[in-house]
Design a protein around this ligand. Structure first.
Ligand SMILES: Nc1ncnc2c1ncn2[C@@H]1O[C@H](COP(=O)(O)OP(=O)(O)OP(=O)(O)O)[C@@H](O)[C@H]1O
Length: 241
């Protein structure tokens, strides 16, 4: 189903990606619809991060293709934005970090300021707007990365293990922000190795195993009873690789 006013769904067909002589993803077909967050889960090395980078266009598949189902985005408007496990911040103020990509997107001064202020308020960093970004704590830096991405008003926000280096309090803050962003209508696609986090956030689960999508299902159904033995083992905490 095409979501009104967005380019979704994002459709990936028969993706194959190899690097260093190793096939990392093979035969991956996936449709990302508008709606609550899609969580990509699976064992270490399953290919979750590579899949996210392909979907975002940071990597190109060796074969297969990825296309948006909806109409073209307005000029200068990025359809997707991505937040990485460890944010890379400019050696500038918190606010300047949010403003910078808005300038690259060609937005006018007043609109840049409006969006930056709203995004910093959303992540609870308004009071730290003039601080040097690189002096923030790890959790604050990740919240800034979320603000910087969300200020671009993407249709789709890719989050690659955004809580991997964070403590429980900072993780909770990031989850609350992700939930608020999703509730406001941005589609979130997120990788995690944390099953508890997947249960808390997912509307839909994609289970990736050794470079293949073994399951894609509504979260409730997936957690109530995975279909494949690999996913069932993963859910009950058995060692799966
Ligand atoms: N550029 C590359 N060259 C060679 N191998 C790579 C490259 N990028 C990723 N890989 C390998 O591909 C596999 C999948 O990597 P990826 O980071 O996508 O896994 P993941 O599911 O995100 O794992 P984790 O949960 O540990 O982050 C890994 O074995 C990784 O070492």
């Amino acid at each position: 189903m095409r979501a009104p006013g967005t380019g979704l769904p994002l459709v990936a067909e028969r993706l194959r990606y190899a690097a260093g002589g190793v096939t990392i993803l093979d035969g991956v077909s996936l449709t990302i619809e508008a709606g609550p967050p899609t969580l990509i889960i699976g064992p270490n090395g399953a290919g979750k991060s590579v899949l996210l980078r392909l979907l975002h266009g940071l990597l190109r598949p060796d074969t297969g293709h990825i296309a948006w189902g909806g109409p073209a985005a307005p000029r200068g408007a990025p359809r997707g934005a991505m937040v990485f496990q460890r944010p890379v911040l400019l050696r500038r103020s918190v606010r300047a970090n949010v403003l910078y990509p808005l300038g690259l997107a060609g937005l006018g001064r007043a609109e840049r300021a409006r969006r930056a202020d709203a995004a910093l308020a959303l992540v609870g960093l308004a009071a730290l707007a003039d601080r040097p970004a690189r002096r923030l704590s790890g959790g604050e830096q990740q919240r800034l990365a979320l603000a910087r991405a969300q200020a671009l008003a993407p249709e789709l926000l890719f989050l690659d293990e955004p809580c991997a280096s964070l403590d429980p309090a900072a993780t909770r803050a990031v989850e609350e922000i992700a939930t608020a962003i999703a509730a406001a209508g941005t589609k979130i696609v997120m990788t995690t190795h944390d099953l508890g986090q997947a249960r808390r956030l997912a509307g839909e689960v994609v289970f990736l195993h050794r470079g293949r999508v073994l399951e894609q299902a509504p979260a409730q159904r997936f957690f109530a009873g995975a279909v494949t033995s690999e996913a069932a083992d993963f859910l009950r905490g058995a060692l799966v690789w």
